[in-house]
Structure formats: C-alpha cells, structure tokens
Write a protein that binds this ligand. Structure first.
Ligand code: UN1
Length: 512
C-alpha cells in the first residue's frame, strides 16, 4: 500500500506488528493481546497490533506530565506555529491521508478528502485562536483594586475516537488542545489504528524541526476497552474527550466524574429533518440523500428520521425511492461511488436486526436494506440504504442504529413535528426545510429543536468547523471544534489585584 509507504507508517513496526505506544520519544509494541484491523472494503487484514496496557499508560503518563511542564510555558503563538506547520504537512499529504481513511473506515474518496480538509481547516482556525486566548477584565467593587480572568493550559488531554471520523475528531481536539498548551494522547478506535499512526507521523515530522517543543505533545496509544478504562480513571488527564456510543460515553463519564475530572462527550445522534409543506423539495431531496445515505449512514449526524407533512409524504417517498435506487453502491476507492460499505459484519447484523424489529413494530420497508453483492468487492458488507415508513413512537425509532436506515414519519401540525423531533433521548443534529419564516424561527426558538445543531434548509450532517459541534441529552452535552470550544482545553483563573494602600474587604465586611 503506497500511502502507508509515503506517509512513513510502514516504519512504525517491528516485524509485522505495528507499534501501539508512540510518544515521539518512545515507540513500542503493546504488551497485551494481539489483534488485527480489517478493511471494510473487502475484509482484508490491513494491520496487526498488540494492545497497549494500563501499565504502559503509567509510563506514558510520566512523559505527558514532563511535556506539559514545558509546553505550558511556550508562548501560545509559538504553539500556534506548531499547528500551522501540522496543517501544511496535512495539506501536502492530503491524498495519502484520505486513502488511509478510505481503507480503514470504508469512506468514499470525496468524503475522505473532506475529512482531511476538516483537519486542515481546524488547524487554520486554531492558529488564529492561538493569538486570541482572551480573558475578561472586570471592575472591582473595592477602591484600588481590579479583577481579570486568565485562561491557562489545563494539562494532558486524552482523546478517545470512533472509526467513522478517525482524523477529524482527533484534529478538533488536538489542534485546539495544542494551542491551549495541552499535550494530547489519542486512543483511536481499534478499527482505525493506521489513521492514528498517519496523524502521528504528520505531527512528528513537524515536531522534528521544532526542538523547543516536546515530542510527546502528540502521543498515541492503541488498545482495547481496558486501556480506555485506565485512561478514564487516570488523574493525569484533567480532561477526557470521548466520541462514540452512548454506552461507551456513559462508562467514561462515570469514571471521570468519580475522580471529579471533566469529560467532553460527543455520543449518539438520532437526527431528524422536518419537511414542511412549503419546503423547496428539490433542495430537500438532495439534502436528505446526502444526510441519510452518505457515509453509508455512519455519521453521528446522519439523518435517521424524516418528519414529513402528511400532504406531501407520498410524493417525497416516491422521489426519494427513485434516487435511492440509482445510488452507486460499491468500492469507496472507485470514482463515482456514493455509498461505500458498512464497517463490518456486526454492523450489518445490527442493521438487519433493526429492520426486522421495525417490521414487527408496524413499519413497512419501502426500499433497500438488503446486502449488495453484485459489482462490489467480495468480503465487504455493502447494503442498499433503506427507507422505512413507521409510526414516530415505535421503540426502534428512538434508537440509533449506525447504518443507512431512514424512518419516514408524518405530521399535520408543525407543533407536533417539533414534539416528534424532540421526543428521542438523543440531541445532536436537526433540520427543517421550509419557506415559511414563522416555522423556521419557531424551529430555532427556545421552544423549537432541543438539539445542539438546528439547521434551516440544509441537512443534518456535514457541519463546518467554525461552529461548536455537539449535542444535548444522551449525546453528552459536549461542544468541540469552533466557536469558544477552545475553553474546554483551558482552566480559568480569576485574579483580583490590589494596587491601593489599604485592604478593604468585599461585601463591606469590617474585620478588626
Ligand atoms: C461524527 O460523525 O462523529 O457534521 C462527526 C458532520 C461532520 C462531523 C461528523 N463534520 O457530519
């Protein structure tokens, strides 16, 4: 695989086994059990690793602490220069990086390139932010005093990521974490470990030319759940940022809360779009297909529920079915493919189970759902994206199934549509298609969508990095990427300074 050669990933191994502990200074095999990662494209084995263990984490933590002691004193714009150069390096190897994503996550090339672009974009954003880590200046009630806030580096940050956005989610956390003065340890999905090695290589290429910055500021440990639990339990990390299932996030958050650490969670979504009777349907149809079938339904922002006005639902379903049937499904590396494979057989089994349950609960499969074996690489799990008409309150509709299933629900009153949009336990992304100003504003109002993302006349997926990304309820409440998400990676100090010659007490207290 030439991309692994070009990126220098093939040097990161001993015999046939890749390193699982990488801190820039140390590069070592894991001490734990061996495992392999396979390509969703054809099931072929891509790589072989050994799990890094909690005792190896203990050693890495020392390096992270030492790195933090140095990094926090390096001026933030210099830390920004590190991130600027990482962005340049990612630009240079954009095609190769995208190829590693396609191989490990099964993403089509245009979307894989988009993911690398998301990394590059957040670098640019973070470089600017490195000169804008502003605090407030606050007036004091006491004569001869003033107050201010400062934002200080927080400490080593752990980032736990999922297979579906192996580079972008790491980059949101890491590029901002670095400018904020925090070393970042990544524990990637075991389904996408080569992506982690690729990102490590890119960052270490840059760090090699910046000897004032400790190499361990971009570190990686590859391991299983046991490693994740040890990270969550470790006092080394004042912040643990985790992306993945709600079950995983709940376990991480509970452990981190037990030691009163902070967690930054981006968990399940069950994203809906309301299609009003006034909607521009040409636009809506395109948005639905990209959001629901794109990435083979494996984004946390994937459109899963279509809440359509009763008067237009039949026409919408008919047009949607037509475009679903002409979607090119196949090898994600081939030009023209729009829908690649599911990540693995388990994922396929979960999709089949969800479809069977939907039928038991009164749902009707309008199209798709079946495995596709013609014209696709053997060994991969390719499926036709499914459309299911079902009642909004069927229990299966309340769950996130990480596969391309679009549930079509209907409404008569706009208020009911909002209630349906909000009735699920997840709260990540949402959208309305309407030409009606009142509906659009209502949707975005305090009584509207309860999600972290509420879009008008665009789909639920494909957010740009400038906004804060994340959601409410079981989605976990975290906000990453743009806006003021940088504050997650810093601690706030409030300073009160007395430049007078007296010592007045606040609240007018006299103590003498
Ligand atoms: C995810 O699926 O974990 O908004 C992240 C989007 C992408 C990020 C998705 N920018 O769909």
């Amino acid at each position: 695989l030439t991309c692994l050669e070009t990126l220098g990933i093939n040097q990161l191994k001993q015999g046939a086994t890749f390193f699982s502990v990488l801190t820039g200074n140390t590069q070592a095999l894991g001490d734990g059990a061996e495992f392999s990662a396979h390509s969703p494209i054809d099931g072929a084995r891509l790589s072989q690793f050994k799990n890094a263990t909690p005792s190896q984490l203990h050693e890495v933590n020392k390096e992270l602490q030492e790195a933090f002691a140095i990094l926090r004193n390096i001026p933030a714009p210099r830390r920004g220069e590190l991130v600027r150069r990482i962005g340049e390096e990612a630009r240079k190897y954009k095609d190769e990086l995208a190829q590693v994503i396609s191989l490990e996550a099964g993403k089509i090339v245009p979307e894989a390139l988009g993911e690398v672009q998301e990394w590059i974009d957040v670098c640019d954003f973070a470089v600017g932010q490195s000169r804008m880590l502003h605090g407030l200046s606050i007036v004091s009630e006491r004569p001869g005093h003033r107050m201010m806030e400062q934002w200080q580096p927080l400490g080593p940050v752990a980032v736990i990521t999922a297979f579906n956005f192996p580079m972008a989610v790491w980059a949101w956390n890491t590029m901002l974490g670095l400018v904020c003065g925090d070393p970042v340890l990544l524990k990637p999905s075991e389904k996408a470990p080569l992506c982690a090695l690729a990102m490590y290589r890119i960052a270490q290429n840059v760090l090699a030319d910046m000897p004032d910055i400790p190499k361990a500021v971009v570190s990686v440990m590859i391991g299983d759940r046991e490693l994740g639990e040890a990270i969550a339990a470790s006092d080394t990390f004042p912040l643990v940022s985790a992306t993945g299932s709600t079950a995983m996030g709940r376990a991480v958050a509970t452990t981190v809360a037990g030691r009163l650490g902070r967690s930054l969670l981006e968990l399940g979504g069950n994203n809906a779009m309301i299609v009003s009777k006034s909607a521009d349907l040409d636009l809506a149809l395109r948005a639905i297909v990209f959001s629901a079938a794109g990435t083979a339904g494996q984004r946390c922002t994937t459109l899963r529920r279509l809440i359509t006005h009763t008067s237009i639902v039949d026409g919408v379903v008919e047009r949607l079915t037509k475009s679903y049937q002409s979607l090119p499904i196949g090898n994600p590396l081939a030009a023209g493919t729009l829908v690649g494979p599911l990540v693995d057989e388990d994922s396929f089994a979960r999709m089949q189970a969800a479809l069977a349950t939907a039928q038991q609960q009164g749902g009707e499969i309008i199209c798709g759902g079946q495995r596709v074996t013609d014209g696709v690489p053997a060994g991969g799990f390719y499926v036709a994206p499914a459309i299911v008409r079902i009642a909004h309150d069927a229990p299966i509709v309340q769950q996130e199934t990480f596969a391309p299933i679009l549930y079509v629900l209907t409404y008569d009153d706009f208020e009911d549509a909002i209630a349906m949009q909000n009735e699920v336990p997840q709260g990540l992304s949402s959208a309305v298609f309407t030409e009606n100003l009142r509906e659009a504003e209502y949707f975005m109002s305090p009584a509207g969508s309860d999600c972290g993302i509420a879009n008008v006349n665009i789909g639920t997926s494909g957010a740009e990095i400038g906004g804060a990304f994340g959601g409410e309820k079981e989605t976990g409440g975290g906000r990453e990427s743009g806006s003021d998400a940088w504050r997650n990676y810093m601690r706030r100090t409030t300073n009160t300074i007395n430049y007078g010659g007296d010592l007045p007490l606040a609240q007018g207290i006299v103590f003498e």
